[in-house]
Design a protein around this ligand. Sequence first.
Ligand SMILES: Nc1ncnc2c1ncn2[C@@H]1O[C@H](COP(=O)(O)OP(=O)(O)OP(=O)(O)O)[C@@H](O)[C@H]1O
Ligand SMILES: [Mg+2]
Length: 364
Amino acid sequence: MAKRAVNPNTRPSKEEMEEFIRVQRLGTKTTCFFNNKGGVGKTTLVSNLAAELALSFRAKVLVVDADPQCNLTQYVLSDELTDEIYSSDNPISIYSVVRPLSLGKGYEMELPVRTSKEFGFDIIIGDPRLALQEDLLAGDWRDAKGGGMRGIRTTFVFAELVKRAKELKYDFVFFDMGPSLGAINRAVLLAMDTFVVPMAIDVFSLWAMRNIGSTVSVWQKELQTGLSLAEEPSEVAELSPQGRLAFLGYVTQQHKERTGYDQKISDETGEQVKVRRRVQAYEDIGAMFPAKVSESLGSMYASEKMNPHLGDIRHLGSLAPMSQSQHVPMISVAGTGSYTKLRKQARELYRGIALRYLENLGAA
Ligand SMILES: Nc1ncnc2c1ncn2[C@@H]1O[C@H](COP(=O)(O)OP(=O)(O)OP(=O)(O)O)[C@@H](O)[C@H]1O
Ligand SMILES: [Mg+2]
C-alpha cells in the first residue's frame, strides 16, 4: 500500500480533521498497546500518539498506566510531582480502582484522573502495588472460568473503568501495559475494543505475535464459557459488555537495531575498526513481517481492508531521552539546532501513525 504523505503543517488539514471527526462520532474508542516482549517502545508510543491526538486534533484522551513499572507516569509527571505523590503511603492511582474489588467492596465509582497540560491528555497514574494484584487476579480468573461471580467481577475491573470513561465522553482510552501475558494484562485486553502491537524487527517479535494471537483467543473462549456458566446471569448482563478486542495494527521500531557499531578487522590495514552494525538481518526479517502478522493475527483484524502497518518509528536520537527528562512529548522538546529537525521528524512520525490509526478505526 502506498505511503500516505503527511501534512507538514502543525495543525491537521481539513481532510485530516474530517477523518478524526468521523471516528469521534463513533463514540469512545479503547485501545491497548501490547507486546509481551519488553523494551519495544510501547510506553513511548502510547504517550506520544495520545499527545498527538490530544494536542493537534483536540481529542479528549484518557491514558491509563497499567504497568506496575510506572514508566509512563514518570514520563508524564514532573519529578517533583512524582516524588510528592509516591511519598504518600496510599497514592491515588490505578490501584485505587482495582483495590476495592479485591476487598469485595464492588467497583470504585470515581475515576482517579489527573490532567497533563504538556501532553494534553488525562491520566490515571500507575502504581507499583498493582504487581501485588497479579496473584489475586490469577486466582479470580480460575473462578471466573467456572462461572464464579467474584472472579467475573474482578476480570471486568477495567471494563468497568472503560464504562465510566465512556460516561465522561472520552474520545480515546489508551492503556499502557507491562511486558507480560499475566493476569493484569489479560483483564486489560479483555476490556478493550482494539489492540496495537509495537514491535522491534527481530525474530522474538515474530514469536510474540504468535503468542499474542493464540493466547488471546483462548482467553476469549474461556471467558465466554465462564459467562455462560455464571452464577448470577442478571448481574452479568449489567456488567459492561467486554470489548470486541480486534487487532488494529502494529508499529515497527528501528531504534534498537539500527544503532551501535561492531568491531571488525580491516581487510586493508589489519587493524580493528568500528563498522556500523549490519542491517541485512533486520531487512530480511522486516520483509517477512506483513505475511507473519496476517498469519498470526489475521483472524483478529479489525477490518479486512485495513493496512495493519501503522508506521515505522525511526531513531530520534537524543529527542527521546530529552523528552523524558523534560517530561514533554517529543514534539514539544525545547532546544534549537538539531532539535528543530528532530522535532519535525517526530511530528511527521506521530501524525502519520495517528492518521493510520484513525483510518483503521474508521474502517472497522
Ligand atoms: N523513536 C525513538 N528514538 C530513540 N529512542 C527511543 C525511541 N522510542 C523509544 N526509545 C527509547 O527506547 C527505550 C524503550 O522504550 P519504551 O520504554 O517506550 O519501551 P517499552 O516497550 O514501554 O518497555 P517496557 O517493556 O519496559 O514497558 C526508552 O529508553 C525510550 O526512550
Ligand atoms: Mg513500557
